[in-house]
Design a binder for this molecule. Structure first.
Ligand SMILES: Nc1nc2c(ncn2[C@@H]2O[C@H](COP(=O)(O)OP(=O)(O)OP(=O)(O)O)[C@@H](O)[C@H]2O)c(=O)[nH]1
Length: 345
């Protein structure tokens, strides 16, 4: 019982998803006398589902499985037929007996009709009823805590990530070397060649949104924001991150892609919004400013550059996406040098 309480205190002391994952695998692995416990992410991309390992505990050693590897889809769910069948049945558990009688227990964490997370526990002998009962309790606490963390990280109107989580997500993206160009010397040289894969930051702002509110009322204004948030989530990949920064401003972090690809997906999103018939309101457009992200620039500087490109888009006709570096190259944004960094405006 002492051990159970110790694990509960540990699990409920975290304010971070990764640490919560570590403490839950450590708890179930020790308390169920399991050889291995894992937290699995289940994602849907197109018509296919994928499984990615988030955290693992083997014989008392718990760790995050590559915390920056959010760019990888993982294995196809087809490699886990019993889990796939359990998810299809909307069931809360499935158990299999593998070769040499190893037991595997899967416990999907359901929120409504979606399970994005699943615990997997492997034991060399059958799970006693009392152990299953105890694990069910731990899963309940884990589920509630995940819910609480999500609540504090998400915008209540749109369900997108909120501004508070932005710097952390940007830092994670910058720490993934796949996303970043190798160190370069001069500031202007840091710009990507057109074929180079980099991370990108885009600031999206709804055009004339005040007019939507003034003409149709705030409820319709809110509905427009929700529908645009849905379009954002549908337009970008699961590895990308979409935030509502407040009001009618959204920010997108795109994982490693080329300039041409970033431009194409951002412009496809802009075109989708333009083509959409918003209930009652009709046509709504968005303006976008985007810039490549670099470990050499602070989040404030990167956001500032994307904002400047957005401002340019707003003051030159709206309903368009402008690339910061291109505006600088074409002499449409001016530069001055302050101390050791060049600033543009
Ligand atoms: N319905 C609704 N309106 C909001 C929300 N947050 C901010 N707003 C409104 O968004 C409007 C933003 O207006 P402005 O900043 O003047 O910009 P705009 O009218 O979009 O004009 P441009 O950006 O220049 O195209 C204001 O009327 C705010 O009251 C919200 O959560 N819901």
């Amino acid at each position: 019982m002492d051990s159970l309480l110790k694990h509960m205190v540990d699990m409920t002391g975290h304010r971070d998803h990764a640490m919560l994952d570590i403490s839950v695998v450590a708890a179930v692995q020790e308390l169920a006398a399991a050889t291995q416990a894992r937290v699995l992410s289940i994602s849907t991309i197109g018509a296919r589902q994928y499984v990615r390992v988030r955290a693992v505990s083997i014989r008392g050693a718990a760790r995050i499985e590559d915390p920056h590897d959010t760019g990888t889809r993982g294995e196809s769910l087809d490699a886990y037929p019993e889990l796939a069948a359990c998810l299809a049945r909307r069931d809360t558990s499935a158990e299999t007996c593998g070769s040499n009688c190893t037991r595997t227990l899967w416990l999907p964490i359901w929120f409504g009709d979606k399970a994005h997370t699943c615990l997997e526990i492997v034991r060399e002998s059958p799970f006693p009823a009392a152990t299953i009962h105890m694990i069910a309790g731990i899963v309940g606490v884990y589920r509630n805590f995940q819910n609480l963390l999500d609540y504090s990280e998400r915008d209540s109107l749109t369900g997108l990530l909120n501004r508070k989580t932005f710097e952390d997500q940007l830092a994670r993206m910058l720490q993934n070397p796949v996303d970043m160009a190798p160190p370069l010397t001069g500031r202007l040289e840091r710009r990507g060649h057109h074929g180079e894969e980099k991370g990108w930051l885009a600031v999206v702002d709804v055009d004339h949104f005040k007019m939507v509110n003034d003409t149709f009322g705030h409820l319709y204004g809110d509905e427009v924001l929700i529908l645009i948030a849905n379009q954002l989530q549908a337009s970008f990949r699961v590895q990308d991150r979409v935030f509502r920064f407040g009001g009618e401003e959204f920010v997108v972090l795109l994982r490693s892609t080329t300039l041409e690809h970033a431009r194409r997906i951002i412009d496809r999103f802009r075109g989708n919004v333009e083509a959409y018939q918003f209930p009652q309101v009709g046509r709504v457009t968005v303006s976008v400013g985007f810039v490549s992200i670099s470990p050499y620039d602070s989040p404030v500087v990167t956001l500032g550059h994307a904002d400047q490109a957005l401002y340019y888009a707003k003051t030159h006709g709206r309903n368009q996406a402008c690339h910061y570096n291109e505006l600088v190259e074409r002499g449409l944004l001016q530069t001055v040098t302050s101390n050791d960094t060049a600033e543009f405006f």
